[in-house]
Design a protein around this ligand. Structure first.
Ligand SMILES: [Zn+2]
Length: 58
């Protein structure tokens, strides 16, 4: 048994998920959530970059 450091629940196996360039160990539930958050972060990042590119005309 291992304890997930993200939600504090005990789980059978921890998964390694890369977040903010660091590998974090968490349970499957948290790994799913982290992956979703990563996708959202990436999506909003590209939106911000697109906006900056649009506003930052030279
Ligand atoms: Zn967890």
């Amino acid at each position: 048994m291992a304890t997930c450091k993200v939600c504090g629940d005990e789980c059978e196996a921890l998964m390694s998920v890369k977040q903010d360039g660091k590998t974090k160990k968490m349970c499957e539930d948290c790994a799913d959530r982290a992956r979703e958050a990563n996708e959202i972060a990436e999506a909003s990042e590209s939106v911000v970059q697109g906006m900056m590119g649009f506003k930052g005309r030279r």
